[in-house]
Write a protein that binds this ligand. Structure first.
Ligand SMILES: CC/C=C\C/C=C\C/C=C\C/C=C\CC/C=C/C(=O)SCCNC(=O)CCNC(=O)[C@H](O)C(C)(C)COP(=O)(O)OP(=O)(O)OC[C@H]1O[C@@H](n2cnc3c(N)ncnc32)[C@H](O)[C@@H]1OP(=O)(O)O
Ligand code: FAD
Length: 655
């Protein structure tokens, strides 16, 4: 069937090449090209297609479907991608497995990275190759039923038995059961388990252990292990998040991951070079989250923007033809700032992935000085991007009206998966407060006359306000954001200090200032996102692409500043606020002809999108009808439940 002419016209009105834009989004022409090649190659392999729409499947069917595809994938793996390239691998996973989770998700995102960061060279020799070849399937078991956030209160123990040189793992209470780890329930046969290291009755706190859970031949749980699935979730139902308990389960001493902390055979403990070095797997995932969430948001926007360009409802001036809903200013205001955020998140994502890779090298060379900075940055970023992604996806759903609420749009699934990110890898409020600790310390340095020692990301906290001339462009908006973040950070810190100086304990003062502190963290992070966006656009060579991204940046800076209006009242007059508001409306109009091309540029395939509304060809209505007819409820005209219950009820009522 040919493309819907409304979309053809939209594509014709674009002022740039989508391939050139994709090269900017994905960091290089080479990777953008590789993505397309991988997508193209997969589309020719029929076994990778869903056997029927995932949304009609039960959990068991979804998991089985994911396993089927993984088995097929293992035959093609080496021919489809450069296996040493993590980004290619993740693209392949996204295309084939989608976003609902699968048995290898945690293997790739946490198990292998934990081995790389935490296992000694000998341990890597033993396990890493096996994991990379997928001879074993691993997961990351840290969270317990009773504790996820407060890692110091985890209850699982690994007690060193000096006589046998083994660790004995135990789950002493119900609340100590590991609870949530992805792929633990039914798929993984090995796990990195975080347990309290106990030697001669001294608790050294949480440490990572490599633990075999299931027999490698029969896949049956090993004696001493209780393991299973935790049941259906809001989303991610293609994944078997699990529970795990230990009863006097013994593992060799060599199974404690010993790159950094060590236990010798006589039971001596060797400290790591940094107390939180064992948390690196979390930092790794957090450093990926801006990118992953940017892509979730992008997916919802591809659907909503394409659909809005073919959906006609109501009239503007021309009463002879209904208007595309994308032409309404309210629709543009609902969608375009989110397009800008999706771009901004992806740009930040590439930056934080690069920073993590550098940190990993530094730490392997004994330099842990960058850990606190990256922890603070990624803590704030994961919190802000997950929250704003959730907001943006929900707006995208509403922008699709009634059909957005149907699973045919697939937006609800994207939403459910994306907002999981507000919780996993550290609950958002908790992580904002981690960043706040860093910000408060920065203010204390300024108060102690050490402004010069501040890192580049917080140097603005020591600056004075300057005059703002909004006609000068994005950098002036950045100054507005700096003002807001600086003011709020000082205000929150001073509140905390005042409470503490009044005699309150440090903890209670912190608690009573915590809402204000989280606000400071959000503003600081949004400033970082904006400045990364500005820097990125500044570095673009292709002038057509750059021109459109400047337009998109204008949407971003004006929208973001309007959104934080309450924090800039002392800086901007109401006339200046009106000016910004009007600039935003103008920016929405400017970007309108490029809206479809901007979302096309994400190059997210129909196969991955799984959305009837977001189809690239825009043939929504005929496919919506086809999709509804394929619903299992429509297999028969009369359901057994009607025959069994409703008919007798109606018959009875007639009497
Ligand atoms: C193949 C896949 C295909 C596609 C992928 C696509 C998309 C991806 C999609 C889905 C991913 C799927 C599933 C998600 C998997 C989820 C996994 C998990 O959730 S794992 C569990 C995560 N758990 C957490 O995040 C727990 C949160 N809690 C903590 O991190 C800590 O407890 C907390 C930091 C809150 C406090 O720690 P605690 O030990 O109590 O600290 P303490 O108060 O003693 O000290 C604080 C002190 O330490 C500093 N610090 C803390 N953490 C770090 C760190 N990581 N690095 C450096 N420093 C750290 C902190 O700043 C503070 O310092 P100061 O005292 O202020 O100096
Ligand atoms: C989809 C998904 C996948 C997951 N995958 C894994 C996995 O693979 N492996 C794994 O180990 N875990 C996994 N988890 C668990 C996840 O990491 C935890 O649920 C998460 O870290 C939050 O911890 P919690 O559940 O204990 O929340 P809680 O800490 O109980 O949060 C409840 C409330 O208390 C508040 N709160 C808690 N502490 C503080 C504080 N100090 N200050 C202020 N407020 C506070 C929070 O902000 C929140 O509002 C997964 C979770 C989900 C949803």
């Amino acid at each position: 069937m040919s493309e819907n002419p409304d979309l053809t016209n939209e594509r014709a009105s674009g002022t740039f090449e989508t391939n050139a834009m994709a090269a900017v989004i994905y960091g290089s022409e080479k990777f953008a090209q590789r993505r397309r090649e991988i997508t193209e190659a997969i589309s020719k392999i029929p076994e990778f297609q869903d056997s029927h729409p995932l949304v009609f499947m039960s959990r068991e069917e979804k998991i089985s479907e994911a396993c089927r595809k993984l088995a097929v994938l293992s035959n093609y793996w080496n021919s489809l991608i450069d296996t040493s390239d993590e980004e290619e691998a993740l693209h392949l996973y996204r295309e084939v497995l989608g976003l609902e989770g699968h048995p290898l998700a945690l293997h790739e995102t946490m198990f292998i990275p934990s081995l790389i960061a935490q296992a000694s060279d000998e341990q890597q020799e033993k396990w890493l190759g096996r994991a990379q070849r997928r001879e074993i399937i691993g997961c990351y078991a840290q969270t317990e039923m009773g504790h996820g956030t407060n890692l110091r209160a985890l209850e699982t123990t690994a007690t060193f038995d000096i006589s046998t040189r083994e660790f004995i793992l135990n789950s002493p209470t119900i609340t100590s059961l590991k609870w949530w780890p992805g792929a633990l329930g039914k798929s993984a046969n090995w796990s990195i388990v975080i347990a309290n290291l106990i030697i001669k009755e001294h608790n050294y706190g949480p440490h990572p252990f490599m633990v075999q859970l299931r027999d490698e031949k029969s896949h049956e749980p090993l004696p001493g292990i209780t393991v299973g699935d935790i049941g259906p979730k809001m989303a991610f139902n293609g994944a078997d998040n699990g529970f795990l308990g230990f009863k006097n389960y013994r593992i060799p001493r060599e199974n404690m991951l010993m790159r950094h902390s060590k236990v010798t055979s006589d039971g001596s403990y060797i400290k790591p070079p940094h107390a939180k070095i064992g948390y690196s797997s979390m930092v790794k995932v957090r450093s990926r989250m801006a990118m992953d969430q940017g892509l979730f948001l992008a997916s919802a926007l591809v659907i909503a923007v394409r659909y809005s360009a073919v959906r006609r409802q109501g009239y503007l001036e021309d009463k002879s033809r209904e208007v595309k809903v994308l032409d309404y200013q309210t629709q543009q205001h609902r969608l375009f700032p989110s397009i800008a955020r999706a771009y901004a998140f992806i740009f930040c994502g590439f930056e934080t992935i690069r920073l993590y890779d550098q940190l990993l090298i530094d730490v392997q060379n004994g330099n842990t000085s960058g850990m606190a900075d990256l922890h603070a940055l990624t803590s704030g970023l994961k919190s802000v991007v997950t929250y704003q992604t959730g907001e943006g996806i929900e707006q995208a759903r509403m922008a699709c009206g009634g059909h957005g609420y149907s699973m045919a749009s697939y937006i609800s699934e994207i939403y459910g998966v994306a907002i999981g990110g507000c919780t996993y890898e550290g609950e958002n409020m908790v992580m904002l407060l981690q960043l706040a600790r860093y910000l408060v310390k920065s203010i204390e340095m300024i108060q102690n006359g050490k402004s010069r020692e501040l890192g580049p990301m917080v140097a603005y906290l020591a600056e004075n306000e300057s005059e703002i001339d909004l006609n000068l462009g994005p950098n002036e908006y950045l100054k507005v954001f700096e003002y807001a973040a600086r003011n709020q950070t000082w205000r929150a810190t001073e509140k905390f200090q005042k409470l503490r100086n009044s005699g309150m304990s440090n903890e209670e003062a912190w608690n009573q200032a915590s809402v204000e502190l989280t606000r400071a963290s959000r503003l600081h992070t949004r400033l970082y996102i904006m400045s990364t966006f500005i820097n990125h656009v500044g570095s673009i060579v292709d002038q057509k692409v750059k021109g459109v991204l400047i337009d998109l940046l204008n949407v971003h800076v004006t929208y973001e500043v309007m959104d934080i209006g309450i924090y800039v009242q002392g800086l901007l007059s109401s006339n200046q606020m009106d000016l910004i508001r009007n600039q935003l409306y103008v920016s929405l109009e400017t970007i309108r002809p490029n809206a479809v091309s901007l979302v096309d540029s994400f190059q997210i395939s129909d196969m991955q999108l799984r959305s009837v509304l977001g189809r690239r060809d825009g043939n929504v209505y005929e496919n919506l009808f086809k999709w509804a007819k394929s619903s299992p409820l429509n297999k028969t005209d009369v359901l057994p439940s009607v025959t069994q219950y409703l008919k007798p009820m109606m018959e009875k009522s007639k009497l």
